[in-house]
Design a protein around this ligand. Structure first.
Ligand SMILES: CCCCCCc1ccc(Oc2ccc(Oc3cccc(O)n3)cc2)c(O)c1
Length: 256
């Protein structure tokens, strides 16, 4: 146990089940003494998140929030303000694209599929940052999840790669806006991890194998490694870092 985040309040958006990267982040922050607020999308996920949150002990705070609806984002953060007043950080672990657009040729991406991926996977960071900002009266740190496929072509990642490229630029522009409020905005570019979301990407398994063969560390990474990097980005230790993308991928991104 450490006290790096003792008694500080963090919002975690995007826990779906025990394999979620968001859950790995939650565990790392909990061990550092943080108080956690979980948001989920739609009542059917509430029970999953509730059981996981209760396993940490204490009274978890669970808030429904569909990030595609401005009124739900505003209502969610109004509830969070009422419950805790101040927050010190936010983990944005939300993305979506239609599975039929996560395979084959990118040139065949539909107009509505492209817009949907951008709305949920990139614009939602802007929306939640705008809503969270007034609650970060003591400064803060916002962390989102991105992937190498937004920097270089990764077969099948297609429309999500373009959405992650937009997300990465959002990180930089939001960091520029919020730095004067002492709020930092960064992204963790995680290597492939077997999550519910990963099931939506064609040939995911072959990518895991390629990484074990080519990554400098000759292995893939797990949710706890991403969680601990998030802990660093939420703590005083990363106070000089904003607008950055940190790769937690066993070094794979440096290999041609
Ligand atoms: C061939 C690429 C292998 C590496 C992919 C690593 C990765 C795994 C999961 C990622 O997160 C999502 C999130 C939503 C998403 O869209 C989905 C997921 C499940 C079902 C569905 O209809 N859409 C796809 C990937 C992600 O952004 C990146």
């Amino acid at each position: 146990m450490n006290t790096l985040l003792q008694d500080k309040n963090f919002v975690i958006m995007g826990v779906a089940n025990h394999r979620s990267i968001a859950w790995g982040i939650a565990q790392s922050l909990h061990k550092a003494g943080a108080n956690l607020i979980f948001t989920y999308q739609g009542e059917r996920l509430r029970e999953n998140v509730a059981q996981l949150a209760q396993s940490l002990g204490g009274e978890p705070i669970l808030i429904n929030c569909d990030v595609t609806k401005d009124e739900e984002v505003e209502a969610a953060f109004a509830q969070i303000k009422e419950k805790v007043g101040v927050i010190h950080g936010l983990a944005h672990c939300i993305a979506f694209a239609k599975t039929e657009e996560l395979e084959g040729e990118f040139v065949n991406t539909s107009r509505d599929g492209y817009a949907l991926a951008q709305d949920i996977s990139a614009y939602s960071l802007v929306a939640v940052t705008r809503a969270a900002r007034p609650l970060m009266t003591e400064g803060g740190s916002i962390v989102t999840l991105t992937y190498l496929g937004g920097e270089r072509v990764v077969a099948n990642y297609n429309v999500m790669g373009v959405a992650k490229a937009a997300l990465d630029a959002c990180v930089r522009y939001l960091a520029s806006d919020l730095g004067k409020d002492n709020i930092r905005v960064n992204a963790i570019s995680a290597g492939p991890i077997r999550t519910l979301a990963a099931k939506g990407v064609r040939n995911f398994n072959s990518m895991l194998k390629e990484i074990e063969e080519k990554a400098p560390l000759r292995r893939t990474v797990d949710q706890s490694e991403v969680g601990d990097t998030a802990l660093f980005l939420f703590s005083h230790l990363s106070r000089g870092i904003t607008g950055e993308i940190i790769h937690v991928d066993a070094g794979y991104n440096i290999i041609a």
